[in-house]
Design a protein around this ligand. Structure first.
Ligand SMILES: O=C(O)C1=C[C@@H](OP(=O)(O)O)[C@@H](O)[C@H](O)C1
Ligand SMILES: C=C(OP(=O)(O)O)C(=O)O
Length: 434
């Protein structure tokens, strides 16, 4: 457990920074590469803590995984769906995406597994997902019925289901896709609202047969077979978001972020920033291994408040603490609607960001399904802040520290390593004292 003392200056941003490879895509690439027949080579892989846990779990299931940390390469020899039997539990720690992907993967194996998790995930209900996977024919047993630890015995006779999404969750959808690839009949997911689409897009890249339409996706197990692939992971938009917010909010900034992932299901913060009056330029657009990317050029800008609707929330799901900070520095009021499910993330991310920002003098009204933030708030340090072991809150607090010349302490700063080891060093490369 480490504390970080922020600096007693305001800063602006100058220069260029390459953000790490996308964590969300990398989780899926490891899972699909591990299940596939043959070798998968992943370039621009970031060895973040969450991805280390995913790699460890799939290694235990029999995949051979080699990481070249200096080259940011990962090489996986897959098991061709023959998962190894284990005499010990699979530990997903507090990696929410891994828990969901894994429960879907294990649905089609007849081996018996036990899945355990860390203190936060052991309190996150899995019953919605488990009910769906059980409906396909897999068996999940938890003493508490809805939380980890859980005993899983899948089925070699999984049957597809038709699921009318009651909540918008990329993790639930992804889990059903991974189970559906090995089912006997089609799995249909009828969307409530679109969510990040990396799983279905990447599954097709590996040889699955998934129809992707705006209002539904259908997994056709048929004769599809996953085969190892080479892929390059774009920069993580959710990591780039901290620099985007920082550069917009600090006078005299100009920052370039090369090769950032621009998947339309991830870049809601760009649209929110535009609604708030920002002009962010995108250059050198391209597509590699089915994911779009490009260079972002950000200049400081005076922002104004806006209304963010529930339709936009899935596209900013991991950026809400940062958007709250942006809103507090804009002119006028901002309302974010449709945030109910974000309360389930990690340790209740919305509650924690409200508590921590209040220690910096930034107040907001948090309701069950909406957040209201007044603009023009001055940062006034009242207390030591805490990441609550949430990497997104930790990095948002680092950006807040740049906007004030009052230094403060951030407790449990090491949470940053969950997605972006080296963030503070990178940040310091592009900060110029004002
Ligand atoms: O599928 C994913 O990679 C993720 C989906 C989102 O969660 P939900 O599916 O619970 O909304 C997001 O918050 C999480 O950081 C990563
Ligand atoms: C909540 C996050 O991820 P996960 O759900 O995988 O823990 C995140 O990356 O912000």
């Amino acid at each position: 457990m480490f504390d970080y003392n922020t600096q007693p200056h305001k800063f602006k941003f100058q220069g260029e920074i390459n953000v790490p490879g996308d964590k969300s895509i990398a989780h899926r690439a490891i899972a699909l590469g591990a299940l596939a027949d043959g070798v998968t080579q992943i370039s621009n892989f970031t060895y973040a803590d969450d991805l280390a846990v995913t790699a460890k779990v799939f290694k235990e299931l029999g995949a051979k995984i080699h990481t070249e940390i200096s080259n940011k390469d990962m090489i996986i020899k897959g098991v061709d769906h023959q998962l190894q039997e284990l005499d010990h539990p699979l530990d997903v720690a507090n990696v929410g995406t891994l828990e969901s992907l894994l429960l879907g993967v294990l649905a089609s194996s007849t081996n018996q597994y036990e899945v355990i998790g860390g203190n936060y995930l052991s309190k996150r209900p899995s019953d919605r997902l488990v009910k769906l996977l059980s409906g396909m024919g897999a068996n999940y047993q938890s003493l508490t019925e809805q939380f980890l630890p859980m005993k899983v015995t899948g089925s070699s006779d999984l049957q597809g289901i038709v699921y009318h999404q009651d909540i918008s969750s990329a993790q639930i959808k992804s889990s059903l896709v991974l189970a559906g690839i090995y089912a006997k009949t089609d799995t249909t997911i009828i969307r409530k609202l679109p969510t990040r689409n990396h799983t279905e897009v990447l599954a097709n890249y590996f040889g699955a047969d998934v129809t992707i339409k705006p209002d539904l996706i259908v997994v056709h197990p048929g004769h599809s077979k996953l085969t190892g692939q080479n892929l390059t992971i774009p920069g993580d938009f959710s990591s780039a978001a901290f620099y985007i917010a920082g550069a917009l909010l600090t006078k005299g900034s100009k920052l370039v972020l090369p090769k950032v992932g621009l998947n339309s299901t991830r870049i809601g913060l760009l649209n929110v920033a535009k609604q708030m009056g920002a002009n962010i330029y995108v250059d050198n657009r391209s597509v590699k291994s089915v994911e779009p990317f490009g260079d972002l050029i950000i200049k400081s800008q005076q922002l104004h408040g806006t209304k963010i609707t529930s339709k936009q929330v899935q596209f900013i799901i991991d950026e809400i603490p940062l958007i709250a900070l942006m809103a507090s520095q804009a002119s006028g009021q901002t309302i974010i609607e449709g945030v109910h499910d974000v309360h389930l993330q990690l340790s209740d991310r919305i509650r924690n960001m409200r508590v921590e920002l209040a220690k910096l003098g930034i107040v907001m009204q948090v309701n069950d399904d909406s957040i209201v933030i007044d603009g023009d708030q001055k940062i006034t340090v009242k207390d030591t802040v805490d990441s609550h072991n949430d990497h997104r809150i930790a990095m948002m607090l680092c950006i807040a520290s740049i906007l004030t010349d009052q230094p403060f302490k951030i407790k449990n700063i090491e949470a940053i390593d969950t997605s972006y080891p080296g963030f503070i060093a990178d940040l310091n490369k592009v900060l110029v004292a004002d």
